[in-house]
Design a protein around this ligand. Structure first.
Ligand code: AHR
Length: 500
């Protein structure tokens, strides 16, 4: 099978937003305890953080991390997690039916974020709380000094304010599973009231209203429209969440998950813009795609409910395979393609819980298959995102109809002149001969690096015993000649090629 497209430096979509490469740490399962934090671990630093996990986080190229939830945040009291650890209460976490020891709270997490060199996106509790808690936690985090809560932060060891820019106004408030679930009108009103109060405290914050928990919610689009009718002027972002998995072994559809993500983004943009038009607003909302990933959700939902209240249990520690990694790579292609509107995104989550990084208590940490496309895309996507009009044969899927067998996006870094192509071959059976016309750049290129992730065994995975079973390998078939890049892409593969 053959496919082609043409690149031109003038065909720009938007600059690559570094916040596209966000992640998520929720107080859930073993994300925090024995994930990022394990004081008794051989690699633990003086603050109890696992340095092996920190090193992998940096290697992953994460830019921003959403914290502390997720569903957890809708029952969370942030003040439980500050001050002397010995005085902190143990609480029930109703979202995940476990106990929260509060050994890690805001101050510890901010210390970890500094070490990981990531920005923090802070999610507020809109489930059991609202305006007052938002103001209080903001005062603790961002107010310089001279008030009760800012001075409390200073006496807890953080003299300088943390300067958090992005705040999520709750989490998945459209979902009946959410503690404090609300109707769109109830939520929209609370979002406006809180946003106004926060802006009175600090103008210039970037505020994210909850969009739909996924695009198949019965209230999808109606929720966004109603919330934004109320909150359009008060917020900067509307959130989107999406998780994908193969349903009944249907790999053809699973590999085309990015078609659904494209449709999701386009639908939210259309809905937000139609509200903007009705309000006669010149403002354009951005999308914070602050939860996305492959998640074997149906298996999790099928598990019987527990009556136990464990601490840091093993919850949704999905093991990812080759096909999952190809899908993650293709979802990143979709996110980059929408860089004009999707300017923040968080892969959910970072470590152990549906995560690119796995760690064992007292044991090693390793890269899951999905780590690799994320790390390479974060490292290589630089400069401007370029438009791609792919010419490729279609194939039939049960869930999304006929879809292109190949999908791609590219970036062009004016500073270095580098052009990078990210491309996925979704065919289960055929290699693809790809031709990319690059003559429009008016210069000669050479292949600086070319990586392909694929395997004859689509179920191959990285494990504690064999952590590097699946890694990207140099694609030796790539060459450039007469203004054309050529490469052969194996079936079910994800590839990144940098030209310099
Ligand atoms: O990421 C796991 C969970 O998925 C989050 O807590 C919730 O927001 C979503 O439903």
């Amino acid at each position: 099978l053959s496919a082609s497209f043409r690149l031109d430096p003038a065909f720009t979509i938007a600059p690559v937003s570094r916040r596209t490469f966000g992640s998520f740490v929720e107080h859930m399962g073993r994300a925090v305890y024995t994930g990022i934090y394990e004081p008794s671990h051989p690699t633990a630093d003086a603050d109890g953080f696992r340095q092996d996990v920190l090193a992998l986080t940096r290697e992953l190229g994460v830019s921003i991390v959403r914290y502390p939830g997720g569903n957890f945040v809708s029952g969370y009291r942030w003040e439980d997690g500050v001050g002397p650890v010995a005085d902190r209460p143990v609480r029930r976490d109703l979202a995940w039916h476990s106990l929260e020891t509060n050994e890690v709270g805001i101050d510890e997490f901010m210390r970890w974020a500094e070490k990981a060199n990531v920005e923090v996106m802070y999610a507020l509790n809109f489930g059991t709380r609202g305006v007052q808690e938002a103001l209080d936690v903001h005062e603790y985090l961002n107010h310089p000094s001279g008030t009760r809560l800012s001075d409390q932060r200073r006496s807890n060891g953080s003299d300088k304010p943390y300067g958090i820019r992005m705040f999520c106004l709750g989490n998945e408030m459209d979902g009946p599973w959410q503690i404090g679930h609300k109707t769109a009108v109830e939520y929209g009103r609370l979002a406006v009231e809180t946003a106004r109060a926060l802006r009175a405290a600090e103008p210039g914050l970037e505020l994210v209203a909850c969009g739909s928990s996924h695009s198949s919610m019965p209230t999808f689009a109606a929720w966004e429209a109603q919330v934004l009718e109320l909150a359009y002027d008060s917020v900067d972002y509307i959130s989107a969440h999406a998780y994908y998995q193969p349903i009944d072994g249907d790999l053809e559809s699973f590999l085309a998950s990015a078609v659904d993500m494209d449709h999701f983004v386009n639908s939210v943009v259309a809905t937000a813009d139609s509200v903007g038009a009705r309000l006669k607003s010149k403002k354009k909302l951005q999308i914070s795609f602050d939860e996305w990933n492959v998640w074997y959700l149906k298996e999790f939902q099928a598990a019987p409910p527990t009556s136990e209240w464990p601490i840091a249990p093993r919850i949704i520690e999905d093991q990812y395979n080759v096909a999952d990694a190809v899908v993650v790579g293709s979802l990143l292609i979709s996110l980059l393609r929408h860089s004009d509107r999707v300017t923040a995104a968080c892969q959910a989550q970072l470590v152990n819980v549906i995560a690119p990084i796995r760690s064992e208590p007292g044991g090693p940490a390793w890269r899951q298959t999905i780590f690799h496309p994320f790390a390479l895309t974060s490292r290589l996507a630089r400069g401007e995102v370029l438009r791609v009009e792919m010419r490729a044969p279609l194939y039939a899927t049960a869930r999304f109809g006929d879809v292109p067998t190949l999908d791609a996006v590219a970036t062009h870094d004016d500073a270095t002149g580098d052009v990078t192509v990210f491309v996925v071959n979704r065919s289960l059976t055929d290699s693809a001969d790809l031709t990319v016309a690059v003559a429009g750049f008016g210069r000669a290129f050479r292949i600086a690096e070319s990586w392909t992730l694929s395997d004859d065994d689509l179920t191959a995975a990285n494990t504690e015993q064999n952590p590097d079973r699946v890694v990207p390998r140099t694609n030796g078939t790539a060459w450039v000649e007469d203004g054309e890049l050529h490469a052969s892409l194996p079936p079910v593969s994800w590839t990144a090629i940098r030209l310099s």
